[in-house]
Write a protein that binds this ligand. Structure first.
Ligand code: SF4
Ligand code: FES
Length: 402
């Protein structure tokens, strides 16, 4: 596929106004049109300390977060350029005191709103106020199906109990519920029970994602990496549940990269279908993009419009399409299928985001990385390095158990 953005000519000739850009560049807008859904990371603050947190290792401090008025302006601009859905995420989005106001504003400008939350800060009153403000959907993350494992992984006592309560309120308020479960070596034995828990909570959807190893998760790879046997068993459990629960619970399952032959088309391709906005207002191709050093990301605080940044910024165009690829991707028959995999994983594991994602068996680094992962999974180092603003805390025995 040709990429009119990648050669930089489009950027130099573009007018500064984003809507005008969309109008004038109809052919490219058709290829890389404004995404239908955008993720708003309202804050990096979070009461949980998950060892696989996907926020960047260097977190945005509370003082740098966009203000209420700045977020409202962003929401209005997103609606104006054709975005339909906004996912309020974090960190923990309910840590923002203005969340109800932001949901109301998003509703007023015509956006479908989804709340992606750990739920531990929610009260029934708060959730009810969010529903009244027009909240359309709630997505709650779970770390296990019972408190001993779940609270330990989250690094917070009584977290699981609070999540269960919040999930029940969600359904009582007649809001659709998605249960999100991130799986790894230390909770995969609970997968069948997590599926049953989602059914018991009357969830509409269950998203089962295996940990992706970049950012904070890479620091915890030895404690999180599953064994081949665990992954095979998990695939059988999900297959069986998907058939058995058809019509009751929709299940999305993301297979771990390290045990696949080819990588996933991460985010549907860099700068193709998605962007997110960081707490401080940077527009990013994915939640982990700031982990790639040497890329400059434009901000909603600049004098550029969001549409202009999406279409013309250097960071988005650097890895758009296939023009940036080196071998083996460049001449590979799958280059349009997976677009070379994940740029963040390629950077984390090889030091160059332009390399083939080592999850691919054709990457010269694949064999070594796969061997390292197997060795780590077998070594049994189970202690977590918890993610927090203090730069991480190593787990001590019995620290967070129920
Ligand atoms: Fe995909 Fe590149 Fe591997 Fe080919 S070589 S399968 S394009 S990651
Ligand atoms: Fe950034 Fe995959 S997470 S490209």
């Amino acid at each position: 596929m040709s990429n009119a953005f990648a050669d930089g000519k489009a950027a130099s000739a573009a007018p500064p106004d984003g809507l005008a850009v969309l109008e004038q560049r109809r052919s490219t807008a058709e290829t890389f049109g404004i995404p239908l859904a955008v993720l708003a990371e309202l804050t990096h603050r979070c009461p949980l300390q998950c060892p696989y947190c996907s926020n960047p290792v260097a977190l945005d401090r509370g003082g740098s977060e966009l203000t209420t008025e700045e977020w409202k302006k962003v929401l209005g601009e997103l609606a104006e350029i054709g975005v339909l859905q906004i996912h309020f995420s974090g960190g923990e989005p309910t840590a923002r005191r203005d969340l109800v106001e932001l949901v109301r504003h998003a509703t007023d400008v015509g956006l479908y709103t989804n709340l992606i939350t750990s739920a531990v800060l929610l009260t029934r009153e708060k959730l009810s106020a969010l529903a009244d403000a027009g909240l359309c959907h709630v997505q709650i993350s779970f770390q296990g199906n019972e408190p001993v494992v779940a609270d330990r992984v989250a690094g917070l006592k009584n977290a699981h109990e609070r999540k269960i309560e919040a999930a029940k309120w969600t359904r009582e308020l007649d809001l659709p519920l998605t249960v999100n479960a991130v799986m790894h070596r230390q909770n995969l034995h609970q997968l069948a029970d997590i599926i049953q828990m989602a059914v018991g909570l009357d969830a509409d959807r269950l998203e089962i994602a295996n940990v992706q190893y970049y950012g904070w998760a890479l620091k915890n790879r030895a404690a999180l990496m599953p064994t081949q046997e665990q992954i095979e068993a998990a695939s059988r459990i999900v297959e069986d549940a998907a058939m058995r629960l058809k019509g009751t619970l929709a299940i999305d399952y993301v297979v771990p990269d390290y045990y696949a032959l080819r990588p996933k088309k991460c985010m549907g391709g860099w700068g193709r279908q998605f962007f997110n906005i960081s707490p401080a207002g940077k527009i990013l191709p994915c939640h982990a993009a700031e982990s790639i050093t040497g890329l400059e990301f434009d901000s909603v605080r600049s004098n550029r419009s969001i549409a202009w940044i999406w279409q013309n910024s250097e960071a988005f165009n650097r890895y758009r399409g296939t023009g940036w690829m080196k071998e083996p991707c460049r001449s590979c028959e799958y280059r349009e299928v997976d677009l070379g995999g994940c740029r963040c994983q390629a950077f984390a594991l090889t030091g160059d985001a332009g390399n083939t994602d080592p999850a691919c068996t054709l990457s010269p680094m694949h064999e070594q990385i796969f061997k390292d992962a197997e060795r780590e999974a077998a070594a049994g180092e189970n202690r977590f390095l918890y993610r927090n603003f203090a730069g991480g805390t190593l787990e001590t025995e019995g620290e967070h158990g129920a």
